[in-house]
Write a protein that binds this ligand. Structure first.
Ligand SMILES: Cc1cc2nc3c(=O)[nH]c(=O)nc-3n(C[C@H](O)[C@H](O)[C@H](O)COP(=O)(O)OP(=O)(O)OC[C@H]3O[C@@H](n4cnc5c(N)ncnc54)[C@H](O)[C@@H]3O)c2cc1C
Length: 342
């Protein structure tokens, strides 16, 4: 076992989740290798404890303490494989910081994940909700995921098509706790066109001709846009977008449009994806705050822990928002972060 893989008891998790809500792990272990992971799982099994795999805690709400073993994923590894004139495969350990990996690839001139710059979290958590931003999703470049299957205790290599990727969804999210991701492989390109079609990005880059842009410039543009629009969790604790953009049947959208002509929707395969931020804003929540928690004043999708809020405070606010959007528009908002503990 690596030196840091020592079992600790009653470990505070407040600094290990970006909402900064207070919670304690009954048991806790940093895991920096496959051996550490196997030992942690064996200990939890032998002692009858449930487990939680924790990355950077940027997509979780602790509703209370976790009465089991928190396994903090720290497997570090970064390398290139199958390098040729057209591209290369980036191999990442699950504990690698995602944004650092994006910049590492962009600085080396490889394209494919630059639009996903500045998304907090670890590489191992990225497939769980198939992270996406500015018109790109992880599944666009992901070749395979290496994961320990807790049912068979085998280390599997799951190809992209086996991961069940969908909008902010995957096999790993639908089957929580079964697969523990230890690494991912991404196919990046030197030649593919940059993805500049997303409106914010188009507006930011203005008249710059796409042939004149390099991949690092696009990553930096994405970072600048995000810094302008989203609160930095280091300064203002939050968990990013709290709700998924809901998808409704075209007929429902027509009715909504008749009643609210400025409703924001993006048609896709006979359905329409609505902008959850617009629905929340129109329901009067943007900038709302009570003594502890609130809604960001520039991005209605982001719930904020202003001052000592608990996970329950955040979830209560989320529930009130969902209810008012349901009453006003007849649309169900689904939460993006997972709820743990309590
Ligand atoms: C300011 C901000 C902006 C954000 N912007 C975006 C965005 O633009 N797009 C987007 O898609 N998301 C966004 N997010 C959400 C979040 O960053 C991503 O979901 C990220 O991938 C979570 O990584 P994490 O390491 O923090 O995971 P955690 O929050 O620690 O864990 C999330 C889930 O994944 C599981 N998990 C973690 N690691 C593993 C593993 N190795 N194996 C199996 N399961 C695992 C956990 O058990 C948990 O269920 C944002 C969050 C914040 C705070």
């Amino acid at each position: 076992m690596s030196p840091q893989a020592e079992l600790q008891e009653n470990v505070g998790l407040t600094k290990l989740n970006t909402l900064c809500v207070s919670a304690t792990a009954r048991y806790y272990m940093d895991v920096a290798s496959l051996n550490d992971l196997r030992s942690a799982l064996a200990w939890a099994r032998d002692n009858g404890h449930k487990i939680l795999v924790l990355g950077s805690g940027s997509n979780l709400v602790f509703a209370g303490n976790f009465d089991g073993l928190v396994i903090r994923m720290q497997i570090a590894a970064r390398s290139w494989e199958q390098v040729d004139d057209k591209g290369a495969t980036l191999v990442l350990g699950a504990g690698e910081n995602w944004h650092d990996a994006v910049l590492y690839a962009a600085r080396a001139g490889y394209r494919g994940i630059e639009n996903l710059a500045l998304i907090p979290g670890t590489a191992g958590a990225a497939p769980v909700q198939n992270i996406g931003a500015y018109g790109v999703e992880l599944c666009d470049t992901l070749i395979s995921v290496t994961a320990l299957d807790r049912e068979s205790n085998e280390l599997l290599c799951l190809e992209n098509a086996e991961c069940g990727f969908a909008y902010r969804d995957s096999l790993f999210k639908r089957w929580p706790g079964r697969y523990i991701i230890t690494g991912i492989r991404l196919r990046l390109s030197r030649t593919k066109p940059l993805q500049l079609g997303y409106r914010d990005l188009e507006d930011y880059l203005g008249d710059t001709v796409s042939q004149q842009l390099d991949v690092l410039t696009v990553a930096e543009a994405v970072m600048a846009i995000r810094r302008r629009k989203l609160p930095d969790p280091e300064m203002i604790p939050n968990a990013g977008s709290f709700f998924k953009n809901p998808v409704v049947p075209a007929e429902h959208f027509r009715e909504l449009h008749a009643a609210h002509p400025d409703v924001v929707g993006y048609p896709q395969n006979g359905t329409v994806k609505l902008a959850a931020a617009w629905l929340i804003d129109q329901s009067g929540w943007k900038g709302y705050r009570n003594a502890r928690v609130g809604v960001h004043n520039r991005q209605a999708l982001v719930l904020i822990n202003h001052s000592g809020g608990t996970g329950r405070d955040v979830l209560e606010l989320a529930s009130e928002i969902r209810q008012s959007v349901q009453e006003r528009f007849g649309v169900n908002l689904e939460m993006e972060p997972g709820i743990v503990g309590g």
